[in-house]
Write a protein that binds this ligand. Structure first.
Ligand SMILES: [Zn+2]
Length: 97
């Protein structure tokens, strides 16, 4: 009497161990025992910072003002990043020689 064999009903392939058999069923025949529905939540937690600068026209360019605000913030961010990069580079250069 041979060892315990697991036979695939779909392609008559035999397996001696349940592990490869399960793998075969899943990978070859696409059989899935467990259904896992992964719900990816697009949870973007962006911190909103509203920087208000004086001297901005209000009222008429309400929506436009908000847009320029964001752009301004972006530019400020870029400037800040550039400044930081520059200072870090200076630090590195100073440490090197
Ligand atoms: Zn099979």
């Amino acid at each position: 009497m041979p060892k315990m064999t697991l036979k695939c009903k779909k392609c008559d392939k035999t397996f001696t161990r349940p592990g490869p058999f399960a793998w075969h069923m899943q990978s070859i025949h696409g059989a899935k025992k467990k259904k896992k529905a992964k719900a990816k939540k697009a949870n973007w937690r962006g911190k909103k910072r509203t920087m208000k600068k004086g001297g901005r026209p209000k009222g008429a360019a309400g929506r436009l003002g908000l847009k320029t605000m964001n752009l301004e913030q972006l530019m400020q961010l870029i400037d800040a990043a550039r400044y930081e990069a520059r200072s870090r580079l200076a630090e590195i250069e100073a440490s090197i020689g």
